[in-house]
Design a binder for this molecule. Sequence first.
Ligand SMILES: NC(=O)c1ccc[n+]([C@@H]2O[C@H](COP(=O)([O-])OP(=O)(O)OC[C@H]3O[C@@H](n4cnc5c(N)ncnc54)[C@H](OP(=O)(O)O)[C@@H]3O)[C@@H](O)[C@H]2O)c1
Length: 252
Amino acid sequence: MNPAAASGERASAGRALVIGAGGEVGSAIAGELLRSGWQVVAVGRSQARLQALQQRWQPVGELPWRVGSVADAASATSLADALHQTFGGFDAVVTSVNGPVSPMAITSSDPRQVMATFQADLLPHLVAAQTFIPRLAPGSTYLVIGGGMADAVQPGLGAVSMVQAALRQLVRQLALENQGRGVRVHELLLRGLVLGHRQRSTGRAPVIDDAHVGRTVADILSLREPASEPVFTLAGRRPVPDLPGTAAAAAR
Ligand SMILES: NC(=O)c1ccc[n+]([C@@H]2O[C@H](COP(=O)([O-])OP(=O)(O)OC[C@H]3O[C@@H](n4cnc5c(N)ncnc54)[C@H](OP(=O)(O)O)[C@@H]3O)[C@@H](O)[C@H]2O)c1
């Protein structure tokens, strides 16, 4: 399903917070949302990356940023409080955070090393969701960016795969728990390497263009009605609902 076509009416753009905006995927999301008419606030841990992001998108519009972390509840709460003081509320929050990838064999790795991937990759998503979703008003959207390793098995990437599968289930649970409040919770699962500003210089074969990811995020944020499935998958040109076992899933 194409989110842009999922609802006849589209919500007008409001104010969006992008957490992880200094990253490969987050930076394109922040810029494309700006281009789509959203007022965007960018968050990341690295001031240098946020400044570079602001400069890159300056021809399109103002992109205020704030350095902050969602590594633990205390940091995330002080970030949320500071953002609220400066900007007020948000109509949408997009979380596009990731830790460093450390390839390892699950069979022979120290269990603590495996769990460190959960700590670096999943915990920030959990903390961000617990901090920012309760602050969203009815009609707002919380969107998580996830990866296609949720369904893949590759040498060395077992821990990443486990985290991404867990992230998808986390989103489904959050969507269920927040249905009654009228806050939409979604994941956009990117099934393939994203051609972003870093990947462009590596010569690796990309699958998904970063601007396309950003425009798809804008489409999802503008949905008025809750979608039946909280997880959208983007593997090529069009996002589809992530329903394992369906014809659409088989076709991928
Ligand atoms: N890149 C791809 O090809 C690709 C493909 C499929 C799916 N994805 C998914 O897209 C999402 C983002 O990945 P990415 O490739 O853009 O990663 P990335 O380039 O490493 O960027 C991740 C961003 O998250 C920020 N971050 C990490 N931990 C944080 C924390 N505790 N608090 C605040 N910010 C934090 C980092 O901040 P700093 O800038 O300060 O380090 C960085 O800006 C992930 O869910 C990933 O699975 C990516």
